[in-house]
Design a protein around this ligand. Sequence first.
Ligand SMILES: Nc1ncnc2c1ncn2[C@@H]1O[C@H](COP(=O)(O)OP(=O)(O)OP(=O)(O)O)[C@@H](O)[C@H]1O
Length: 544
Amino acid sequence: MTIVELFLDEAGRERRAVLAAASLAGVANVLVLALVNAASASSDPAEFRVFAMFALGVVLYAVAGRATYHRCVAIVESALHRMKTRIVDKIERADLASIERIGSAEIFDRITENVAVISGWAGNMAHVLQSASISVFACLYLAYVSPTAFVLLALLTAISVSIYRARLRELDGYFQEKAQTRLRFFDSLTDLLRGFKEVKYSRRRGSELRADIVAHSERMRHATVQSGRIFDDNWIFANCSLFALLGTVVFVLPQHVPTDTAMTGTLVAGTMFIWGPLSGIINGVAAFTRSNQALAEIAALEAKLDAAGLESSGPGEDPWGGRFSSIELRGLQYGHAGGTDQGFHIGPIDLTVNAGEVLFIVGGNGSGKTTLVKTLTGLYAPSGGRLLVDGISVDQHNAAAYRELFTTIYSDFHLFSRLYGLADVDSGEVHRLLAQMHLRSQTSFAEGSFTKRELSTGQRKRLAMIVALLEDRPIYVFDEWAADQDPEFRKYFYTELLPTLRARGKTVLAVSHDDRYFSCADRVITMEQGQIRAVQRSAERARP
Ligand SMILES: Nc1ncnc2c1ncn2[C@@H]1O[C@H](COP(=O)(O)OP(=O)(O)OP(=O)(O)O)[C@@H](O)[C@H]1O
């Protein structure tokens, strides 16, 4: 899709009105030119009737021109708003693996930078529309005054356009280089900001990272300068064409075609008049090419999201109604896409999780604990095997309802600025939980938000725990929640919080390295290289 098609699609029925307004502005503009030319060529003072038509032409131009600009901007902005909303919707419906694969740099860049480029084109669009309409009428006028000058102008414009078209491929290459380098630039800038502390501790790390950032910026500069050069060359060539045309009208034509001074004056004025709108179109072409490129990049992002197999946007099926008795993993498998190697795989895994159980998932670093939990909870779509809840298979129609059974705190959890999803929460309950988590002196709760989120890692995890408890789902997933807690709170988590949840009929899946508390689980599942190596019941482990 090109930017023009996007515009026409969005404009719908309004497109005729916008084109009519642009044409009217063009006619009015040419009318003003013709009247001024006629009046200046006449030796008699202009009649009031001519002046009145001149004034009418100016008013018509102002009204129609204004309408064209305002509607064009409104139409493009509304198309962009719908596009952003659509992409956000697709992101929400995509699966985690696809979002991880695409990466945040590309998503941010497309939704902000590329959309801004197209937004900047909106004013240009109106200008180009008007310029095109003025050019058409002004060309007709010029053809009427001097067919020879018209043919010359058409020839020079055609040469200018063909030179520009010949360099389009080169231009496209620079645009693509710029888009790719911009992502790398964004990635390394993110490295600098997220790794700010680490950079502060190592000048060498800082200078190497800086060198990367500067190199990306340099490549962006080069691509921008080169693409700008093509536009500038085109612009200079177009200007030279105008001078050539004027030179022909003033110096060459009078040698071959009988012309009087008044006619030459009219031709010069006509040519100069056409030049304004023509240059508007030439400038518009530059913005048009950039916007088309930006639109193509946004379309590429959307294609990647579409290829991810989006979940349906409707409410979907919910066979469980927020309750379950057992979750069965039958030959469950999942594989991370690898870079140079084959990637990490878990499974096939057979396991049954019963409601009300406290399960610990343990094992060495990289053994696949988190991957198992993400597949089991429906974040990663299994690449093999089945997931059955009370005998009903989890599939794309009911996956959203399945995930609603869980509340999770992963080690890279996110604390939202507001308690999204808990709009009607009882603030008394939040304050009670703040006290329970020993956070009352650190933060509070007001207007749907925690008043302060800049806390220590352990304290932030306790805030996340409050959110999880408020959600009150049947299954709690904790990925090394206790790892950042002090001994007192670690003990509280294993010996008080988990038993309380079990007593309330909740199911708990906790990834843990705290072997001294393994006895707090009903079963301990040990992972090794993506497989379950052992499943031990509490009583079995208690035996010598
Ligand atoms: N998003 C991802 N893309 C590609 N590979 C991944 C991804 N996440 C994890 N892996 C790989 O999968 C393997 C298992 O990771 P996982 O996080 O499941 O292990 P873990 O047992 O939870 O480790 P830890 O105890 O260190 O948290 C690792 O080798 C890791 O490199």
